[in-house]
Design a protein around this ligand. Structure first.
Ligand code: KIV
Ligand code: ZN
Length: 388
């Protein structure tokens, strides 16, 4: 039986923290509406106390979006929580997301306090948030580097205080998949009352492991993943929404989990976020990068032309990309040239193709990528010389 995984999108909070990615309220509403259409379960709309603009954005998104839960971040500080509650007052389904750093690194070097005091603040924050909303998510910042027994103690206490979701952030992207998975399993097996709450994976990508860690968390009992479109976020970013969604979709036998995300909206949403944030999607980005469905070497092109599944595990239409492309370069073979010529309406005999191929290789060495217009010009020139 496939189990439901909740998708918590934090593009508008953790994602927007990436340098140069700030959005204004209108842009945030546009993204939130696109996320609603995409089918995410939770939208983290901002960090209301951080600025008047962010507060306004959370208010506006709460009014503009009705299906997903809307949440706002707050530190374990009363005035943060009050501000988050105020910003969320129009949300149909509000959630307050509050928490505090639990690793000794943060307790000693950031808060300059003690574990006891952190525990008190965690419990007080959840109790305070509960005065406003039923749904309270607690984050244990830097849980990835927090000792498991102590983390379990904190979580047990916040569950008693009313936390409904437990966020276990690997804030610094430090964990390896087996470690992060084992942490989640440990918490599931050792925290009293854990069945009353949903465990959430929140992974950063400093070692390029955010997606692998989130999946390992699910395999060990997490049922919510916090992620962003295109994996944007602080430093190397967060778990990429499109990657986890497609991993569950494509590997259903190995990963018996599903989300309610409409995968055909992935590419349009990625493009929207990229253009509004002014943040390019790297060409080789899984699922949504420009090259994710582009085939360039002769061997691959020949294989794809014979049968797409030789080199494609995802149908591009499944993620909203029109179709995959055969990119003509000096590494391309005759099959690819023939295929692309046919696509522009030019059908050559075997002998003509041989001639055209020699010319094509010279062109490709000069141009690197040979586009349709170059092909048309080449064919016209060859025809003019009666070579083909
Ligand atoms: O990475 C992190 O720890 C966070 C929390 C504030 C939720 O983003
Ligand atoms: Zn984060």
């Amino acid at each position: 039986m496939s189990e439901r995984i909740y998708i918590f999108d934090t593009t508008l909070r953790d994602g927007e923290q990436a340098p140069g990615c700030q959005l204004n309220t209108d842009e945030k509403i546009t993204v939130a509406q696109a996320l609603e259409q995409l089918g995410v379960d939770v939208i983290e709309a901002g960090f209301p106390i951080s600025s008047p603009g962010d507060f306004q954005s959370v208010v506006a998104i709460s009014k503009a979006v009705s299906q997903p839960i809307i949440t706002g971040l707050s530190r374990a500080v009363e005035k943060d929580i009050d501000r988050a509650a105020e910003a969320l007052q129009y949300a149909k389904r509000p959630r307050i997301h509050t928490g505090i750093g639990t690793s000794d690194q943060h307790i000693i070097n950031k808060f300059r306090t003690t574990r006891e005091k952190v525990l008190e603040r965690a419990v007080a924050a959840v109790k305070h948030a509960k005065k406003y909303v039923e749904d309270v998510e607690f984050y244990a910042e830097d849980a990835g580097r927090t000792e498991n027994e102590w983390l379990a103690q904190v979580l047990e206490a916040v569950i008693k205080a009313g936390a409904t979701v437990l966020n276990i952030p690997d804030t610094t992207g430090f964990c390896l998949p087996d470690e992060y998975g084992a942490k989640i399993r440990f918490l599931r097996e050792n925290v009293k009352g854990i069945d009353k709450a949903i465990i959430s994976a929140h992974c950063h990508n400093d070692l390029g492991l955010a997606t692998a860690n989130a999946i390992a968390a699910v395999q060990n009992g997490a049922r919510q993943i916090e992620c962003t479109i295109n994996g944007v976020g602080e430093r190397a970013g967060n778990t990429s929404l499109e990657e986890v969604v497609m991993a569950f979709k494509k590997r259903a036998a190995a990963l018996p989990y599903h989300t309610h995300v409409n995968s055909t909206r992935l590419y349009p949403t990625s493009q929207l976020v990229s253009s509004l944030m002014g943040m390019h999607v790297q060409a080789n980005k899984a699922i949504v990068g420009r090259n994710a469905f582009a085939h360039s070497s002769g061997i691959h092109q020949d294989g794809v032309i014979k049968n797409r599944e030789n080199y494609e595990i995802i149908d591009p239409q499944e993620v909203g990309v029109g179709e995959s492309v055969i990119v003509l370069t000096a590494r391309s073979g005759r099959a690819a040239l023939h295929y692309n010529l046919q696509k522009i309406g030019v059908d050559l005999t075997k002998e003509e193709l041989e001639v055209a191929y020699e010319h094509f290789l010279q062109l490709a060495d000069q141009l690197k990528i040979v586009q349709d217009q170059h092909l048309r010009q080449m064919v016209e020139e060859l025809a003019a010389k009666s070579t083909i």
